[in-house]
Design a protein around this ligand. Structure first.
Ligand SMILES: Cc1cc2nc3c(=O)[nH]c(=O)nc-3n(C[C@H](O)[C@H](O)[C@H](O)COP(=O)(O)O)c2cc1C
Length: 326
C-alpha cells in the first residue's frame, strides 16, 4: 500500500530515536528549526504497554510509556513509533495502539544492545533469531495498515549481512535502517559505512522494493548526501548530530555550527519550557544532557554550564542565564 515512504525525496533524512533525548519536547524544537523528512519517536516496550494498560489498568495520562508516544501532529509528521518486544502478540497489540494514536508508521527495534532489552530476547538479541524477527514483522504487518520498518545493526558479534538481511528483506518491511556497527561494537568504533554498498547490493538482489537507510556518525546533511551518493542508501538517519544542534536538518547544512551563542541559549530555554510540560513529568535532570550539548564551545561555557547544572526548573535555568548576561 502507498504510504508516506513512497513520497520521500532521495536521499531523505530521518531523525534517529534516542531514548530520553528525542522526546516530544526535543523533537518539537528540531521541527521548529528545520524538520527532517521522517521523525522517529523514542522506543517503547510493547510488553510494557500491554502490562500497564491492560493488566495494571494505569490511566494513559499517568503512564510514562504513553507519554513517550505523545507527539505534536501539527509539527512532526510523518512520525514513526518504535517498539521493542520478542513476542508477536505484544507487537500486534502495540502496533494497533500506535495506529489508533495516529502515527504514520511503526518501527521494530532489532538493534538495541541494552541488557534489559536483550534479556527479553528483544532488540539486538533478535539478530540471533532471524525466524522470530520475521514473525514479529509479520505480526506488525497484520495488526494494522501502518507501514512497518525495522531498525537494526550489521550483525551481532561480527558483520553478518549475508545471513541477517535476506530473511528481513523477504518479510518485506517498507524500510530497514542499518546502524553500521555490530552489537559487539556498541558505539565504540567508527560506523562502517564501507559496508553500506554491500547491504544495498543484497537488497537489490533479494527485494529491491525495500528502502535502506544508513545510520551512524553522520554529522550533517551535506555529509549524509555524499554518503548516500557513494553507497546507494535511500535515506540517512542522524542521531547524536542533533545534540545541541536542532538546526541540523534545516536548509542550510552547517547552520547549527554558525549559530550565535544567544540563539543556542534561546533554543535551550525553549526546550526546557516544553520539557516541563511533558506529562507525566520527567525528572528535570534528564534535561541536563541538553545543557551540556548546547552550552559548549564558547568563552565562559564551562562556568555557565556548571551553574546551569544546578537548576531544577526552566525558570531556574532562565534566571541563571539572565544573571550571566548582566
Ligand atoms: C542516548 C541514546 C539513546 C538511543 N535510543 C535509541 C532508541 O530508543 N532506539 C533505537 O533504535 N536506537 C537508539 N539509539 C541509537 C541511535 O538511534 C543511533 O542508531 C545511534 O546513535 C547511531 O547514530 P548516530 O551516530 O547518528 O547517533 C540511541 C542512541 C543514543 C546515543
Amino acid at each position: 500500500m502507498e504510504s508516506f515512504w513512497q513520497k520521500l525525496p532521495k536521499p531523505f533524512f530521518a531523525s534517529a530515536p534516542m531514548k530520553d533525548v528525542t522526546d516530544a519536547a526535543f523533537r518539537a524544537l528540531v521541527a521548529r528549526r528545520g524538520a527532517p523528512n521522517v521523525t522517529w519517536a523514542e522506543f517503547v516496550s510493547a510488553d510494557g504497554l500491554y502490562h500497564t494498560r491492560e493488566l495494571q489498568r494505569l490511566p494513559d495520562a499517568e503512564n510514562p510509556l504513553m507519554r513517550d508516544l505523545a507527539f505534536d501532529p501539527s509539527l512532526e509528521r510523518p512520525i514513526v513509533a518504535q517498539l521493542f518486544s520478542s513476542r508477536p502478540d505484544m507487537i500486534a497489540y502495540a502496533t494497533k495502539l500506535v495506529a489508533e494514536l495516529d502515527f504514520d508508521g511503526v518501527d521494530l527495534n532489532m538493534g538495541c544492545p541494552d541488557r534489559s532489552v536483550e534479556k527479553q530476547g528483544a532488540g539486538a538479541a533478535l539478530m540471533k533469531d532471524p525466524g522470530l524477527a520475521v514473525e514479529l514483522i509479520k505480526a506488525a504487518k497484520e495488526a494494522s495498515p501502518l507501514p512497518v520498518s525495522v531498525k537494526t545493526r550489521i550483525g551481532y558479534n561480527k558483520e553478518s549481512l549475508e545471513e541477517w538481511l535476506p530473511p528481513l528483506l523477504e518479510a518485506e518491511p517498507v524500510a530497514i535502517t542499518l546502524h553500521l556497527r555490530t552489537r559487539k561494537d556498541l558505539s565504540l568504533v567508527p560506523a562502517k559505512w564501507e559496508l553500506m554498498n554491500k547491504a544495498v547490493a543484497i537488497r537489490d538482489r533479494v527485494n529491491p522494493s525495500v528502502l535502506l537507510i544508513g545510520n551512524g556518525d553522520v554529522a550533517s546533511v551535506e555529509e549524509g548526501k555524499q554518503l548516500a551518493l557513494e553507497t546507494g542508501a535511500d535515506g540517512i538517519m542522524i542521531g547524536r548530530g542533533m545534540f545541541g544542534n536542532p538546526w541540523l536538518f534545516s536548509a542550510n547544512a552547517n547552520y547549527g555550527l554558525t549559530m550565535s551563542v544567544d540563539e543556542k541559549l534561546a533554543a535551550l530555554v525553549e526546550l526546557a519550557h516544553d520539557f516541563e510540560k511533558l506529562s507525566p513529568p520527567k525528572h528535570f535532570d534528564l534535561l541536563k544532557k541538553h545543557v551540556k550539548a548546547f552550552v559548549t564551545g564558547f568563552p565562559g561555557a564551562a562556568d555557565l554550564r556548571a551553574k546551569l547544572m544546578e537548576s531544577q526548573s526552566a525558570a531556574d535555568l532562565e534566571r541563571v542565564l539572565a544573571e550571566a548576561k548582566r
